[in-house]
Design a protein around this ligand. Structure first.
Ligand code: ZN
Length: 423
């Protein structure tokens, strides 16, 4: 399959320079095909379209997508495998993965071999946009290694990769990274902040060409901190296990949607928002016929942008507002506080190892934390005052010292939880 991989890489590298109109044509063509395929080969989409009195022929132009029903993670999970995996594929023929749900909502996934190779090509393109080339070494932090073992081309020194398990303690992860000495690293910000803190204390840092953060909120302060410790730029990737690449940051610091891999919609009360407005993100896979995802709710919020990027790529731009795993705090006055304002208070502090902010009532917020050797009561008092200033209204704040915290996604505590007001 090496020939097909090379072909896909060439294709995605070429597609990114297409015009917006050409890319929309390509998306319409692929959606038409996947709708028909899903209707004919899966029980779930056949039933959903029939219930909505639609057939694939009702999709003529890209705007027609809004007529079609959306789908949730639990619908797909309940239908797995026989209702949602195409009857033309057996699960054993496909690449498999499992989403890492923090709420116990784990989803089994399958990709057709060609979809998987296309998604890997799109991932390669995202790295290449930042200066990565086939002879560079890549370190990646995950629960599980990328499928397929070690391909023969890696043994020839092409795109060599090192899997760094999230479940290992930080010192072992750092030892692996030091030994491998990668040109680029991709991983979760909460884990890489921990590396940066330790490396800074020990005075022995690594210096890759760039670092890429994915799947968690990346605050400005954390980004600046890691860029200074690692001595290189830090970029963001927006991906999900269901679709692999959703959007990537180019060297001009704009986020391009992987529009040949996925069609993204930004909706408010079911209607598309105007460019520049915030909406809920829904995604349709343009490539994975083995397990189709059509108008799938990602539970993320983002903003579609009409601007063009000076890098020249035609792939449309977007801005990610907040990830799926962190709640807003909703205060007694109804004011909403973004987790992006709360996390910077704690994430870089050398006084604590880990933290979790839990809003228990509208006027009661508890901060669970595991202290470090540097921890002092003065730090606690100062942080309480700073937190109060961020909130800007009377709320009880309780600091609660813990031995350990419950693990969420990526084997780290979820930074902000609200038991009161969800989004
Ligand atoms: Zn760009």
């Amino acid at each position: 399959m090496f020939a097909r991989q090379v072909y896909y890489v060439a294709r995605v590298l070429r597609d990114q320079w297409k015009s917006t109109a050409e890319l929309r044509d390509l998306q319409a063509k692929r959606i038409r095909k996947i709708l028909r395929y899903a209707y004919e080969n899966t029980e779930l989409y056949h039933r959903k379209l029939r219930e909505a009195h639609l057939t694939p022929a009702d999709f003529e132009t890209l705007d027609d997508i809004t007529k079609f029903p959306t789908v949730t993670k639990s619908e797909i999970r309940n239908a797995f495998p026989h209702g949602v995996v195409s009857r033309e594929y057996s699960v054993d023929q496909c690449y498999r993965a499992v989403t890492s749900g923090s709420t116990g909502e784990v989803l089994d996934l399958v990709y057709s071999p060609s979809a998987y190779e296309f998604q890997m090509a799109a991932t390669y393109r995202n790295f290449a946009a930042l200066g990565y080339n086939p002879w560079h070494k890549l370190g990646y932090v995950r629960y599980e290694p990328i499928h397929g073992g070690t391909p023969s081309y890696e043994r020839l020194g092409i795109v060599r990769k090192l899997f760094i398990p999230v479940t290992l303690p930080a010192d072992q992860q750092i030892a692996m990274v030091r030994q491998f000495n990668p040109h680029a690293i991709t991983g979760y910000p909460s884990i890489m902040i921990e590396w940066a803190k330790r490396m800074e204390q020990e005075g022995t840092c690594i210096h890759p060409l760039f670092v890429r953060a994915e799947a968690e909120i990346l605050t400005k302060s954390a980004k600046t901190y890691m860029e200074s410790v690692f001595g290189c730029p830090l970029y963001e990737e927006y991906g999900s296990i269901e679709f692999v690449s959703l959007a990537f940051e180019c060297a001009e610091r704009n986020h391009h949607i992987s529009a040949d891999n996925v069609f993204l919609e930004f909706l408010k009360e079911g209607e598309p928002v105007a460019p520049g407005e915030e909406g809920e993100i829904y995604a349709t896979s343009l490539v994975n016929e083995a397990m189709p995802f059509i108008r799938y709710s990602l539970n993320d919020r983002g903003v579609p942008l009409e601007d063009t990027c000076s890098c020249g790529r035609g792939l449309p731009l977007m801005k990610l507002v907040v990830g799926r795993d962190d709640d807003f705090l909703v205060l007694p006055s109804g004011k909403r506080i973004s987790p992006r304002l709360v996390i910077p208070l704690f994430e870089l502090a050398s006084e604590i190892q880990e933290f979790q902010v839990i809003q228990k009532k509208k006027d009661l917020i508890q901060v669970d934390f595991v202290p470090c050797a540097h921890f002092t009561r003065e730090w606690g008092m100062n942080i309480e005052e700073e937190f109060r200033a961020v909130l800007g209204e009377p709320v009880d704040i309780v600091l609660n010292e813990c031995q350990e915290l419950p693990r969420g996604r990526h084997n780290r505590p979820r930074p902000v939880r609200s038991l009161v007001g969800q989004q």
